[in-house]
Design a protein around this ligand. Structure first.
Ligand SMILES: *Cc1c(COP(=O)(O)O)cnc(C)c1O
Length: 453
């Protein structure tokens, strides 16, 4: 083994001590130090000391929708810091948490005559919100006299988080199932819905029939259906028609399953409606939100459910929802979330998302002409370049940085969901940088796979 000399740079010190997401310890992948973040821009320093100013095309994994150092969010954090940063939530409460719950209930998908999402559980991350949703669904079925209903129906290509139960409803092939075969529950998976861009009446009907068959075959063991509505994110950036959500609602009602929408990536305007469920006019029984909830400042997520679900569980002899994190309802995070949702509540996001979406569609169009590119699609303020083959992540990331853009591709996807404050020039820089990076790295050596399905 190579003898390591004393690490000197920050990046070397990181490599000696830290894990990064989905990475080996001390991987050979490049790493950049963030020296500053302001608005949509990050100032990065590379291993060799070179500095780069880049537009953050990732919104720090969908979260920093208002950009960095936003005055209203900064002020909310400082105000709460001067009151108190954290208190336990068992037996105690505080105004940031109560205000946040009220705001979320007010914003949540609703339709006349349908039960409202009116009860809120504050969780400390998206994955935990999903865990709580799954627990609640099982507790609901038990309280309703169906204790055999312990498993879940999901669709292929989904992503719901990294904790065990959440992993268990992620895509069974591309998710993390293969690494933990003995520990993941035997959930059932329907096919991925047809793509929004190419769905036909026939393909939608065939899909609905397949889901229906799976639901009926497993009905007595299933507590709930869980999906990311309209857009599957980390499972492959797959957009599908709103009609599929109405089918899932019908199937859930027919068999007595709860319907859980994981809006952690799609919530708060990203797909062009406040929640992706709003494209379909469907109200789920349980909804999870996270990511953009605090505008990317602090880790916080929430699970909302209908009054009926909450009261059924509460009136059962067991009664309590069996979850309670140490940092539940963290006041600093709630205070920033209230400021973030205040900006969302002003409604400017709708025009921003439409404008950004149009800019992404126009700016990414030329990527279609690249041989290595299989598809280009946009939905709301999300733009995706899908390649035929796996992206060379290191090379594309590095090339994009040279063009002033921060992206984090995965699998065969180079994608962006820019902060809502991005200007036309920022979007132009993002789309040009993404396209140039793909062209430089994957053209012309990548042969087109003509036999691809
Ligand atoms: C990111 C994400 C999660 C997990 O959230 P964490 O905060 O990373 O635990 C769950 N579901 C969806 C749809 C996500 O995009």
């Amino acid at each position: 083994m190579r003898h390591e000399s004393m690490p000197t740079s920050l990046i070397q010190r990181d490599r000696a001590r830290l894990w990064h997401p989905y990475a080996a310890a001390s991987p050979d992948l490049p790493l950049w130090e963030v020296e500053a973040a302001d608005g949509v821009r990050l100032r990065l320093r590379g291993d060799d000391g070179t500095q780069h100013e880049v537009v953050d095309a990732m919104s720090s994994w969908w979260s920093a929708v208002h950009g960095y150092r936003h005055p209203a969010l900064d002020a909310a954090a400082k105000r709460q810091l001067d009151r108190f940063s954290h208190v336990m939530f068992g037996g105690l409460t505080h105004s940031p948490a109560v205000e946040l719950a009220e705001r979320l209930v007010e914003m949540a998908p609703a339709a006349p005559g349908l039960p409202r999402l009116e009860r809120v559980f504050l969780a400390d991350s998206g994955s935990v919100a999903v865990e709580v949703a799954l627990k609640l669904a099982v507790q609901f079925q038990t309280a309703a006299g169906k204790p055999a209903r312990q498993r879940f129906l999901s669709i292929r290509g989904g992503y719901h988080g990294d904790t065990f139960a959440a992993m268990g409803v992620c895509d069974p092939v591309d998710g993390m199932h293969s690494a933990f075969p003995g520990l993941l529950a035997g959930n059932v998976f329907a096919p991925r819905p047809p793509a929004a861009a190419s769905a036909t009446r026939d393909s939608l009907q065939a899909w609905a029939l397949e889901v229906q068959d799976i639901a009926s075959a497993h009905a007595e063991g299933l507590a709930a259906i869980i999906v990311e509505p309209i857009l599957q994110g980390a499972g492959g950036m797959h957009a599908y028609p709103a009609e599929c959500l109405r089918e899932l609602r019908l199937i859930a009602d027919r068999y007595g399953f709860l319907l859980i929408f994981d809006e952690i990536a799609t919530g708060f305007g990203r797909t062009g409606e406040l929640f992706a469920a709003d494209h379909a006019g469907v109200v789920p029984d349980i909804m999870c939100v996270g990511k953009a909830l605090t505008g990317g400042y602090l880790t916080l997520a929430a699970m909302l459910c209908t009054g009926e679900v909450a009261s059924t569980v509460s009136e059962d002899c067991a009664g309590a929802l069996l979850h309670g994190p140490t940092f539940m309802g963290n006041p600093l995070a709630c205070a920033v979330a209230n400021a973030s949702l205040g900006i969302i509540g002003d409604g400017g996001w709708r025009a921003d998302v439409a404008r950004i979406g149009a800019g992404l569609t126009a700016g990414l169009g030329s990527a279609r002409e690249l041989e290595a590119v299989r598809d280009v699609r946009t939905i709301g303020a999300v733009g995706v370049i899908e390649l035929h083959d796996a992206v060379d992540v290191t090379a594309v990331t590095t090339a994009a940085i040279r063009h002033g853009v921060w992206v984090r591709p995965f699998r065969n996807l180079v994608y962006t969901m820019p902060p809502y404050i991005s200007t036309a020039a920022d979007i132009q820089q993002i789309t040009a940088g993404m396209t140039a990076a793909v062209a430089e790295v994957h053209e012309p050596s990548t042969a087109r796979r003509g036999d691809a399905a």
